[in-house]
Design a protein around this ligand. Structure first.
Ligand SMILES: Nc1nc2c(ncn2[C@@H]2O[C@H](COP(=O)(O)OP(=O)(O)OP(=O)(O)O)[C@@H](O)[C@H]2O)c(=O)[nH]1
Ligand SMILES: [Mg+2]
Length: 320
């Protein structure tokens, strides 16, 4: 560790927002020193509760997270928010929205909000988000909330790293329960029906209940995800959501599942980290030109891709 990053760690640990921002940028963009930084931060992590929220675009995730942050601040909890937008590289909309939200909490250093977009390289967004959460955890935040648009596998990977996962549905947007990917439904520890001021909230609730009773297998932790109705824009129902989150946390504790859940999460995350590291290494060895040349050779059937991949992976394990 260089002295400069030592002071960065110290400043971050004291909760300094600029230090948090710099640290997240460093790990998000894999700038020099990113892994040293995370190594130094890791011993200070494991204390924050990580809450993942996912739902369709416009379902009110940001509004809800904003309200939750206010509720938790009333309980003297410090909050870090990561807003992930995997749909576009640099969404002006999301960033602008977050600026507005920042103003909402203006002057409260107990709330830190950060937007993340897809990392330039292949995949890696789930990992980058997890690393950003690690930074916030190390900075001493009691709570880290991760909000992401629930549209695909990426989001599932992102919220899977959370201690509590909340799936947000809304009435009448055509995104009925049936159209929500089964995988997303499975990961929910809590369902929220936001925009319950609109017609159709009861119907969404019935559909979730029906789906729960039809589910072929019960969850391995035997938890039945509750359904909380909210009107996030009015702050209605968010206290009940805070209570539902606390209930789930108490349940996991009572059933001695905390460690087990942590191990499961780390198992997933380790595989991601290995995938990332191996790929990085392979790409480091191979410039774009040779990748193109290999591809051309395969296309011309001069070479088979299976042997090539074996060769590359073999070479990787020799160099350390
Ligand atoms: N009627 C009603 N409108 C709401 C409610 N919650 C949020 N909204 C509105 O819905 C719109 C979208 O809310 P956001 O919080 O930006 O939704 P989001 O899910 O974060 O959206 P993206 O990040 O773009 O996917 C805003 O105009 C909110 O004011 C609610 O409970 N009822
Ligand atoms: Mg949003």
């Amino acid at each position: 560790m260089t002295p400069a990053s030592t002071t960065l760690v110290d400043r971050l640990r004291s909760g300094d927002a600029h230090a948090i921002a710099r640290a997240i940028s460093t790990v998000e963009n894999r700038q020099p020193g990113w892994s040293e930084l995370l190594k130094a931060l890791f011993p200070h992590t494991g204390k924050a509760r990580v809450i993942g929220l996912t739902g369709a675009p416009g379902s009110g995730k940001s509004t809800l997270v904003n309200q939750l942050a206010k509720d938790y601040r009333k309980k003297q909890q410090t909050v870090g928010i990561i807003a992930v937008d995997p749909t576009s590289p640099y969404t002006g909309g999301a960033i602008l929205g977050d600026r507005i939200r920042m103003q909402d909490h203006h002057g409260d250093p107990g709330i830190y909000i950060r937007s993340m977009a897809t990392r330039g390289s292949l995949g890696g967004l789930a990992l980058a988000t997890a690393d950003a959460a690690t930074v916030l955890d190390a900075s001493g935040r009691d709570l880290v909330m991760i909000e992401t648009v629930g549209v695909g596998q990426d989001e599932v990977d992102i919220v899977r790293l959370a201690d509590v996962t909340i799936v947000i549905l809304v009435p009448g947007m055509g995104d009925d329960v049936q159209t929500i990917k089964a995988r997303i439904m499975e990961i929910a520890e809590i369902f929220v029906i936001n925009k319950s001021d609109r017609e159709g909230a009861e119907r969404v609730e019935r559909e979730i209940r029906a789906m729960q009773s039809l589910a072929a297998r019960t969850r391995h932790d035997r938890w039945t995800p509750p359904i909380v109705k909210t009107v996030a824009s009015e702050g209605v129902g968010t206290e009940a959501l805070v209570a539902a989150i606390a209930d789930y946390e108490a349940y996991v504790k009572k059933e001695n599942l905390v460690f087990k859940k942590n191990v499961e999460n780390w198992q997933e995350r380790l595989v991601e980290m290995l995938r990332d590291a191996m790929l990085e290494k392979a790409r480091g060895q191979m410039d774009g030109a040779s990748l193109e040349r290999y591809a051309a050779e395969i296309a011309e059937h001069k070479r088979d891709p299976y042997s090539l991949v074996e060769e590359i992976v073999g070479a990787l394990t020799k160099i350390t």
